[in-house]
Design a protein around this ligand. Sequence first.
Ligand SMILES: *Cc1c(COP(=O)(O)O)cnc(C)c1O
Length: 395
Amino acid sequence: MAITPLMPVYPRCEVRPVRGEGVYLYGENGERYLDFASGIAVNLLGHGHPHLTQAIQRQAETLIHVSNLYGSPQGEALAQRLVDLTFADTVFFTNSGAEAVECAIKTARRYHYAKGNPHKYELISFKNAFHGRTLGTISATDQPKMRDGFEPLLEGFTVVPFDDLNAACAAITERTAGFLLEPVQGEGGIRPASPEFMKGLRALADEHDLMLVLDEVQCGVARTGTLYAHEQYGITPDIMATAKGIGGGFPMGACLATEKAAAGMTFGTHGSTYGGNPLAMAAGQAVLDIVTDPAFLAQVTGMGERLRAALEQMIPNHDQLFDSVRGLGLMLGIKMRTDSRDFVNYLRGKGILLVAAGDNVVRVLPPLIIDEANIREFVDALSAAAADYAVPAAA
Ligand SMILES: *Cc1c(COP(=O)(O)O)cnc(C)c1O
């Protein structure tokens, strides 16, 4: 048998972390890496943050899991906190981002069903979107590498160009249930939507009684300098998926909705065995304790500006490699002139962890706790690596 015990769906690299401390990861043989990937925007408090690990430890000693058949003081408390902090009136807890998006899709469909319009089930989604790997969420993207071989997929998605309000408007039909989008596309290459686009979609949704569904799985939870990215656009969604950073590394997510949008989500319409269990709730509370502090959010914005400025200053010195910097807060992308994946591979050998994304972009997603010294270390190392990097010959 040649297949590996771990199903070989990931081309795993040579980095084999066994321990983490703040912004650093350590490999099996003690190698140290500066982690500016954060488990793909997950470890927003870095590694081994005492407030998070103690909260998880204490809850694990008290009560790890109970069924959703019972009352949940832990779930009620975290849901209330999210309701108080956001546009939402109600919350469904999940174990992952894709499940949060699934719940969002179901909520949007049920909204129209409950109003007597079961034919309104179609969501307009956007080119290069990423919403997860379930059959439902791969149906919402147009990326062949995620879809090929898994057809037939879920019906009811129309994909139009991102940030193109006219295309989104033109795609509305009698069957449209709403729009589904990432305010800042992550896997698609760190592409923030323009304010006109976001405001325009909100206006179209209001005009046609459609659901504006935001996928803030990657850009949410303080990553862009506000608790959720849409706050910076001056609009609110009807439904929103959040995950990744929300557990700081503990697997959890949530679907948030207004009372109006969740009108169809009645007893028995949805569920999850683990979703919202006490251990997850303790992790979520610990993360919110830290990231909702206005001083913390201001720090994220400030560090985002510094990191961006430092990258912009570095780019002209290596303009054969780097094109430009884009993104919001500490969700940054460097658009490359050469292959971004090869450069990310090279950087690993220099002890720097980043993530490649679509559109030939290198994602810079540091823990939100970074300080100026971390930024200096990162930019110096990146600049030195760029100077040494030999662009691979075109195939
Ligand atoms: C990562 C991601 C998902 C999927 O989250 P999983 O936890 O991997 O299921 C969905 N949407 C966006 C925008 C993401 O970045």
